[in-house]
Design a protein around this ligand. Structure first.
Ligand SMILES: [Zn+2]
Length: 729
């Protein structure tokens, strides 16, 4: 898909992880805890008042949003952490001989309250934020991190885990239990459990500095987004923008105190959306430079943070016995080793670069045709690429949208596809409480009529919702805990005007399929242990099931069932459809190359050894890009280091490659399924059984080979992206 990589990149930071995200809000006041009653009175009273303190009695423990209030979260967090620590202490200090059941299984069962409150809270912070929630988020994030440390650095607890791990062969466990034990052991070791007391102190100090600097890095980025916005004096300079864009630029300027001027805000990637339509070349250059040079000077200079953060990670990796941070981060991923990532990316470079050069030639020709006497620069690319696209495909996005009415897409596109592949059925459950009137609740039924899960659909943009699209769960699946999944899909589709239907762009249609792919990964989960359920797989595997479902959106059999004009009811004309499908891979060389440059840069930063000195950021970047042959001046990386939040901010450090890795699997798998008859129950069931149901209960490559009969190749990815292996158009 034309924008899928970008969309996925933004999305997935939250998509499939449950990690709390910090922000810069100020702290809220803690509610007073009642102290005059006896402890049991307090508990009884509090449980009655605070629905989070007990498991919900709704179906599958779906949260009772009609009763949950903001003031319930903090006391539930406090009590949840305290209970969890008590449970963990009891395991660690137990005098019983260590067994898998009295150690690992009990840890799986522990922390029920903390899990419950965290899932409800962090989901609502993302979908329906307000000041109180943001403030509590800032307050809880470091507390929860320290809570996790107090478990992983507990020496008595680790001694029990380690002794089990050392006897794991003799214990003759079932494969899922053995996998769980290995995951626990690796998590403890990666967190520093094997270090000496003195080394643990060093580690804690590095962790603390790392946490302070990453917070500073992300706060600088927030401040920069305001500081570098471009002020334009004269409306004439804005030629090419729509009236609505000009109006909102004027409003933004006014709000920022620039009366009678226009403010162009800068988005988080190097490339800027307005550059597609802005005619004034000097202004384009100003905007691009504001973006690409952000965080390189003044008070908000992020360079010292980049330097020290990558050094801290290298030192931490060294302390834990790894050559570099990338090696450390890739433990228990599908790639396993930095070399496999480098090989994958490098193997793609020649085809991607030659396709990009062909695109560049077409753009250069367009510049000259329009009388331009200059070589294409990064700030020219999108503007002339759009002209090439118009000339080539003559595609009107608004005309296309009229064939994608929201409800038809959801029921006759998404749910229809799921029914054809897996025999499943979604039934509306308007009786279940939701957290916002726009949210719809469904119950998912299996092919044999058995109830499987609850699914919330939260597709429309609104204030207080984070940008992007993601999947998350309120309740995870577990045989041990007798839990069925309660899953949510979140998107930001602009809702149609009051009383009118919502028309969806084809990009958004594709993203709806993508997110439901994550959704069924969660809802089909059929494992015993919650730690191994559903989307709890490595980062370079998790985007595979979602990307796999994307391609059904553009499959003729599916389109025939959902792409009808919202007014006339006519099916989308073949000619228009052909244009849509062709145009979706336009500019894909550029899109792929800017992504790959960033992924390679991320890997290079995190390949530095523990004893390396602070690096000059600009020089390091230039050298890294040149080394891999991706240093095309007109195609800079999607993110440069000073604003590369995924990588330098930490969440996706040595992990930005994962989007492409997952897409390779998805493309390979989809091509395989297509060969075997495409949209059939047989294909769906085979895929469900081998990939979706097993979660992380076995190594991902093992699952993939069970499904596919062999390891994946990159061939299908190039075809999916419309890139020719030899280059050219
Ligand atoms: Zn995703």
């Amino acid at each position: 898909m034309r924008k899928s990589l970008l969309a996925v990149a933004i999305v997935a930071i939250a998509a499939c992880s449950e990690s709390p995200k910090n922000d810069s809000s100020t702290s809220a006041q803690a509610p007073e805890v009642e102290k005059t009653q006896t402890a049991s009175d307090v508990t009884a009273q509090a449980t009655q008042d605070n629905p989070l303190l007990a498991a919900s009695e709704l179906q599958y423990q779906a949260p009772d949003f009609s009763r949950i209030k903001d003031e319930h979260f903090e006391p539930a967090f406090e009590q949840g952490m305290a209970e969890h620590l008590q449970e963990i202490e009891a395991i660690a200090k137990s005098s019983e001989p260590v067994t898998f059941n009295n150690t690992i299984v009990v840890m799986e069962e522990a922390g029920a309250l903390l899990t419950r409150v965290s899932r409800v809270f962090f989901n609502l912070v993302g979908t329906d934020s307000n000041e109180a929630r943001r403030a509590l988020q800032s307050k809880m994030a470091p507390r929860l991190a320290a809570h996790s440390d107090s478990i992983y650095l507990n020496a008595d607890l680790f001694a029990r885990v380690e002794s089990l791990y050392n006897q794991r062969v003799a214990l003759e466990m079932d494969p899922e239990s053995e996998r769980l034990l290995e995951v626990y052991y690796d998590n403890f070791v990666k967190a520093g459990a094997k270090l000496s007391a003195e080394q643990k102190d060093t580690l804690r100090a590095l962790n603390e500095e790392h946490s302070t600097l990453t917070t500073q890095f992300s706060q600088n980025l927030l401040k920069l987004s305001k500081a570098i916005a471009v002020v334009v004096d004269d409306k004439a300079e804005l030629e090419g923008l729509s009236d609505a864009q000009i109006k909102s630029a004027a409003a933004a300027a006014k709000a920022a105190g620039h009366e009678d001027k226009y403010l162009i805000s800068i988005t988080n990637t190097t490339r800027q959306p307005v550059l597609t339509s802005l005619k004034n070349r000097e202004l384009r250059q100003r905007i691009w430079e504001a973006s690409a040079n952000r965080g390189t000077s003044g008070e908000l200079d992020n360079q010292p943070l980049v330097q020290r953060l990558v050094q801290i990670r290298a030192q931490k990796a060294g302390l834990l016995g790894y050559d570099n941070w990338a090696e450390y981060q890739l433990v228990n991923t599908m790639a396993e080793k930095p070399e496999s990532v480098m090989n994958m990316l490098n193997s793609m470079v020649p085809a991607v670069v030659s396709n990009t050069k062909a695109e560049q030639a077409a753009i250069q020709a367009m510049i000259e045709k329009e009388g331009g006497d200059f070589d294409v620069q990064p700030w020219d690319w999108a503007y002339y690429a759009e002209k090439v696209r118009q000339a080539k495909y003559d595609l009107n996005e608004n005309e296309v949208r009229e064939y994608f009415e929201f409800n038809r897409v959801l029921h006759d596109g998404l749910f229809y596809t799921m029914n054809r592949l897996y025999g499943i059925r979604f039934e509306a459950r308007p009786d279940l409480p939701v957290y916002h009137p726009d949210v719809q609740a469904f119950e998912l039924f299996d092919h044999d009529g058995k109830s499987l899960a609850i699914f919330y659909a939260d597709y429309f943009a609104r204030e207080g919702k984070r940008g992007g699209a993601w999947m998350s769960a309120f309740v995870g699946q577990s045989g041990l805990l007798e839990q069925k999944p309660v899953v949510v899909n979140v998107m930001n589709i602009p809702k149609g005007p009051e009383g009118e239907p919502t028309l969806v762009s084809f990009d958004h249609v594709t993203t709806m399929f993508h997110e439901l792919g994550h959704g069924i990964h969660g809802m089909f989960s059929d494992v015993r242990y919650p730690t191994l359920a559903g989307t709890s797989v490595s980062r370079d595997f998790v985007e595979f099931p979602s990307t796999f479902e994307e391609d059904w959106a553009a499959t003729p059999e599916v389109l025939e069932n959902y792409a009808f004009h919202y007014k006339t009811g006519e099916r989308i004309p073949d000619e228009l459809l052909a244009k849509v499908l062709k145009a979706k891979n336009f500019n894909m060389g550029f899109d792929t190359l800017e992504y790959m440059s960033a992924a390679l840069l991320d890997m290079e930063w995190h390949s530095l050894p523990a004893d390396s000195e602070l690096q000059d950021v600009a020089k390091f970047e230039a050298k890294a890009l040149e080394k891999h042959g991706v240093d095309l001046p007109a195609v800079p990386p999607r993110y440069k280091s000073t604003y590369f939040a995924h990588s330098i901010g930490g969440g996706y450090s040595a992990g930005y490659y994962a989007y492409m890795w997952s897409e390779i699997l998805a493309a390979d798998a989809f091509a395989y399924v297509k060969e075997r008859g495409g949209l059939t129950r047989k294909n769906g069931d085979w895929y469900r059984k081998n990939i979706l149901e097993v979660g992380n209960s076995r190594p991902p490559m093992e699952s993939y080979k069970k499904f596919r009969g062999q390891e994946p190749t990159t061939d299908a990815l190039l075809i999916r992206r419309g890139l020719s292996p030899q280059g050219g158009e």
